[in-house]
Design a protein around this ligand. Structure first.
Ligand code: EPU
Length: 455
């Protein structure tokens, strides 16, 4: 068993999935309703923020996914009690924060990247933080240099130890002047979670401004933080002495919503995504419409349909917000295999995010990945050395195949491809999906998918 499969199994067990595989009989449109709850990429960070307070916090709409399980375990190791007080409602009590044993953190952190965000809060609360080897999806090198440089800017001392990386703050943390080399989501969150309790003012330039970051700022403001978002990716943080617990409902998961939208388009279906909102999805909705998909915006969600007729090819560049998210390209590419003509997707955020296309090619897709990227007269995003481009020629009939899920978003696209394909597919390593898609087995059943889950 390789380590990927072990991570997938651990992830699956955390949310009660018992099997590693699903056998899908594809070729039928997905129709019905799915409910999307709070965003993985907000809820997990808001949970870490609870560590900064003196009093308990309540977070609502928390999805039942294994990454939430990882953060719950990590918080537990540091003495923060996390209790489910209602469906998707967590009470996080940080009044007894204590040092954790390295073995406990190491065992948990293996399957997530969130532990890096504990650094600032732990330095404030305990004067020390240990980071083990980080997990998360294998979609590139995913370094932590921006995080460590920012923490050094706040006055942290970083030492490599045999256990991982050890951070201390002998003179406490002070405000910092930080410019990120790239608007990294995680590094921006690191600066927010550290700057709020640092002495003095922090100026962050070239910050990420994803909606999940704006929601984290809302959480921190509820706690008593003073944060100003200026134009041109500048964020000011005025450090305060102490923070209180918050009561917050997590922003909906844009990535899950876009995944189900693409599933509706690829399978020729009709899915109402309850909880999805237009504002955070405008860039996705533009591309969805250009491909030939239809959507209706409702008060309580968005209905995504394949309106019939031919789908059209598009050229898309992934980018930081407000661009087209890197997490949206994998499910969209499955729909693009059904479009009439040549689509091009440029991945500019991560250096290795097209590995999932191998399985689509095995299923009959015509996709060529250019590892050095491709120039284009219409591009908007500056060329980055790490980027790659995928050229998708369609339409191609997909047929069933045996595929092993490589990562979260790529894995969901494999499920969509198997549902689109004629015939039977066996998809293994499905535990990975539970890291970010709540109750996906039940949701697939509710949408009329024909499958056997070997649980
Ligand atoms: N980067 C560095 N050094 C750093 C940090 C980042 O070089 O210290 C680079 C990365 O290698 C990458 C780029 O900066 O090339 C952007 O990475 P970013 O820090 O923005 O990503 P992240 O915070 O690690 C979060 C989400 C990802 C999502 C990206 C982009 C979480 C837990 N993860 O990752 O979500 O793709 O932002 O929006 O919030 C997913 O949900 O499946 C997922 C991978």
């Amino acid at each position: 068993m390789n380590s990927l499969t072990k991570d997938a199994q651990k992830a699956a067990e955390r949310v009660g999935l018992t099997a590693d595989r699903i056998v899908i009989h594809g070729g039928k449109p997905l129709r019905g309703r799915v409910d999307v709850r709070g965003a993985k990429n907000l809820a997990t960070k808001a949970m870490v923020a609870a560590l900064l307070a003196d009093t308990p916090s309540v977070l609502r709409d928390v999805p039942d996914i294994s990454d939430v399980g990882v953060v719950t375990g990590m918080l537990g190791a540091y003495g923060v009690s996390v209790r489910e007080i209602g469906p998707g409602e967590l009470r996080l009590d940080p009044s007894e924060v204590l040092k954790a044993h390295f073995a406990q953190i190491d065992a948990l952190a293996g399957s997530s990247r969130i532990p890096i965000l504990f650094c600032g809060p732990l330095l404030h609360r305990l004067g020390e933080a240990l980071i083990p080897d980080l997990g998360g999806c294998r979609i590139g090198d995913r370094p932590i240099n921006f995080h460590l440089d920012a923490l050094r800017g706040f006055g942290a001392v970083v030492d490599k130890s045999y256990e991982g990386i050890r951070l201390t703050a002998p003179s406490g943390l002070h405000g910092a002047n930080i410019e990120l080399p790239y608007p990294s989501v995680g590094a921006t969150e690191q600066v927010l979670l550290t700057g709020v309790l640092a002495r003095g003012t922090t100026e962050l330039r070239n910050a990420a401004i994803e909606p999940e970051i704006m929601d984290l700022i809302a959480v921190l403001q509820k706690m008593g933080a003073i944060i100003t978002v200026e134009p041109n990716r500048v964020i000011f943080i005025e450090g305060v002495e102490k923070l209180e617990g918050y009561n917050h409902r997590a922003l909906f998961d844009r990535n899950e919503a876009a995944s189900w939208a693409s599933a509706a388009l690829a399978t020729g279906g009709d899915i109402f995504v309850a909880g999805a909102r237009q504002q955070e999805l405008t860039t996705f909705l533009n591309i969805f419409r250009k491909v030939g998909g239809a959507f209706d915006i409702h008060e309580d969600g968005i209905r995504f349909t394949h309106p019939g007729g031919t789908l059209k090819p598009v050229e898309v560049e992934t980018d930081v917000h407000p661009g087209f998210m890197t997490d949206w390209q994998q499910p969209l590419i499955v729909a693009l295999t059904q479009a009439q003509g040549r689509s091009v997707v440029h991945e500019t955020v991560y250096e290795n995010r097209f590995g999932f296309t191998d399985a689509l090619i095995d299923m009959g897709a015509d996709i060529v990945v250019h590892s050095g990227g491709l120039d284009s007269p219409t591009r908007r995003v500056a060329r980055r050395p790490l980027e790659q481009s995928a050229v998708i020629n369609g339409p191609t009939k997909l047929h069933g195949a045996d595929v092993e899920i490589p990562d979260l978003r790529g894995g969901f696209s494999h499920l969509i491809a198997a549902l689109t394909a004629d015939g039977t597919s066996t998809v293994t390593n499905i535990g990975i999906i539970s890291r970010g898609y709540e109750h996906f087995i039940g949701k697939l059943a509710g949408l009329g998918a024909d499958f056997e889950y070997e649980g």
